[in-house]
Design a protein around this ligand. Structure first.
Ligand SMILES: Cc1cc2nc3c(=O)[nH]c(=O)nc-3n(C[C@H](O)[C@H](O)[C@H](O)COP(=O)(O)OP(=O)(O)OC[C@H]3O[C@@H](n4cnc5c(N)ncnc54)[C@H](O)[C@@H]3O)c2cc1C
Length: 423
């Protein structure tokens, strides 16, 4: 029997594996795919660097020659653009002023090899079919490997299997987001105009209010750029009725923001257009007797701030602490994991408000990003490093502006209020 069995060899599961191996805790990671496998989520936020350092992965990232990312530029729609450079906000424990854009198939493979070198046992091509429970407590998993069912008993089961939300679905704990019902289309392109030299290596985010969504461009290497469009499903339904196919819808979306239209004027798609649907949800519980869920398996909301990988890794860091406490004390009941769930819940509440305010009135976001007083907090928030006590003022500021615009009979921003319910 392993102490810990981890479902999923993505950033969450592999990072957890590294922390556990470092603490001498035997674990096995079961991954249904064979790496390298493609995955969405290519721009990393600075918060990930802290984890890379702790798990000894930073030298591998440096040697891998991924393009650097110096920051993010927001393009609200008109002529202005709002850049945020990571060098503006030196962060504790992070010496470098850049992060990376990654081809996820390469990044996840490197992390997988690193976890293996650190001492994790990895089984690829192992599709976890069921989490096994005894008297209400998780006791291991059954996985299908080469057509056979193989049991992996363990003292703690971790769901790091991403949006498949294995435990969440098995226990009926997965709840779709009450408002966000978006989908994303993305592919790789040649000949995308990356703009001025100062921000050519940044992630570019373009607001698309007409689609209740947004778009990204991010360099994959010197020539290839990833482009993605996020839209509300109700918006696409209208196009569908007019017989507009998904590829045409994608192309049309690129013309809905002036800066995006310019950047993609000559863009040529070089791989298949991929879709991601229905990805905003959370679990009612993120831990239970003998189990814990992390990364996308615990919750996921609109990826506009490119924070998914760093959030997954930070979840893994905290989960590793609780798992060690549970194994050392011999008490793997839900109570031992609860501090982890409480932190996730508090962060999720702030994050959810932030995203709702963002959609309700886009200028409320540009207002706080442009404000010297709030800019640093916004950077922390957008990379998922939420601090309820210090970052709440950003939300207050946004809320204040939204309610002033809502109450005013006339206001220059009135026509930018979107029909987007707050909590
Ligand atoms: C449109 C979109 C854009 C995004 N852009 C960004 C971005 O720019 N930057 C960023 O940081 N994040 C981004 N994300 C989020 C990012 O993709 C995820 O947050 C991140 O991959 C989460 O890591 P994870 O390890 O939790 O899950 P995953 O990376 O999904 O890994 C889970 C692993 O579990 C495996 N698995 C699943 N089920 C089973 C099973 N039953 N048995 C065994 N293995 C299983 C899967 O094969 C997979 O390898 C984006 C997401 C979307 C939808």
């Amino acid at each position: 029997m392993s102490d810990v069995v981890i479902i999923g060899g993505g950033p969450a599961g592999l990072t957890l594996g590294c922390y556990l191996a470092d603490a001498g805790v035997p674990c096995v990671i079961l991954e249904r795919a064979q790496h390298p496998r493609p995955h969405v989520g290519e721009s990393l936020m600075p918060a990930a660097i802290r984890i890379f350092k702790e798990i000894g992965f930073l030298p591998i990232m440096e040697a891998a020659d991924f393009p650097h990312s110096g920051g993010v530029v927001y393009h609200p729609g008109g002529r202005t653009s709002i850049p945020i450079g990571y060098s503006e906000f030196p962060q504790e424990g992070i010496e470098q002023e850049y992060t990376y854009h990654v081809d996820r198939s390469k990044f996840d493979l490197l992390l997988l090899k690193h976890a293996e070198n650190q001492g994790c046992r990895l089984v690829q091509g192992a599709n976890v079919r069921e989490v096994v429970f005894e008297n209400g407590a998780a006791r291991g998993v059954d996985a299908e490997i080469g057509g056979q069912t193989v049991s992996f008993p363990a003292r703690v089961v971790v769901d790091a299997g991403g949006r498949a939300t294995k435990i969440g679905r098995q226990l009926g704990l997965r709840r779709d987001h009450p408002v966000l019902d978006q989908f994303a289309l993305h592919a790789w392109f040649l000949d995308v105009d990356r703009g001025s030299r100062a921000t050519e290596d940044y992630t570019h985010i373009y607001f698309l209010p007409e689609l209740r969504g947004w778009a990204w461009t991010a360099p994959i290497n010197d020539e290839i750029t990833s482009i993605g469009v996020v839209a509300d499903r109700s918006v696409y339904a209208v196009y569908q009725e007019a017989d507009v196919g998904i590829a045409d819808f994608f192309l049309e979306s690129l013309s809905k923001n002036k800066a995006l239209k310019k950047a993609t004027k000559r863009a040529e798609r070089i791989n298949e257009l991929k879709g991601e649907v229905n990805y905003s949800y959370q679990l009612d519980q993120t831990c239970g007797d003998g189990w814990i869920a992390l990364g996308d398996a615990a919750r996921f909301t609109d990826p506009i701030f490119s924070s998914g990988v760093s959030v997954a890794m930070h979840n893994a860091r905290f989960a590793a602490e609780r798992i060690q406490t549970a194994l050392e004390s011999g008490d793997c009941r839900r109570e031992t994991f609860l501090p982890y769930e409480d932190k996730l819940r508090a962060d999720a509440a702030i994050w959810d408000d932030f995203i709702r305010l963002f959609y309700r009135l886009l200028p409320a976001f540009t207002h706080v990003v442009e404000s010297p007083e709030h800019r640093a907090s916004v950077l922390r928030l957008i990379q998922g490093e939420v601090h309820a006590d210090t970052d709440g003022h950003v939300l207050e500021e946004m809320r204040g502006l939204v309610s002033r615009v809502e109450r005013a009979d006339t206001h220059e921003l009135k026509d930018q209020l979107m029909d987007f319910p707050m909590a």
